[in-house]
Write a protein that binds this ligand. Structure first.
Ligand code: SF4
Length: 72
């Protein structure tokens, strides 16, 4: 379920009309009401307000966000 983009392309294909994006969003809402969200979720949710701050230290942000395999 973590790879689902909630595009609803599968909703019309399912013979018993299981709405994957709908039950996925309900599950995620319940799950994150019990467990903390990952830091990356907060980062993505607040990216617009953080961008001016991130632009002040681009090397630091790039070093922190670049995957390690990309450098090899
Ligand atoms: S909504 Fe369905 S088709 Fe779209 S990504 Fe999620 S599971 Fe795949």
């Amino acid at each position: 379920m973590s790879g689902c983009l909630a595009c609803k392309a599968c909703a019309s294909q399912c013979p018993i009309k299981v709405d994957v994006p709908s039950f996925r969003s309900r599950f995620m809402q319940l799950y994150y009401s019990r467990y903390p969200r990952p830091i990356k979720d907060h980062l993505v949710a607040n990216i617009e307000s953080l961008l001016p701050l991130m632009a002040k230290a681009p090397r630091l942000v790039n070093a922190a966000t670049q995957p390690q395999w990309h450098k090899g």
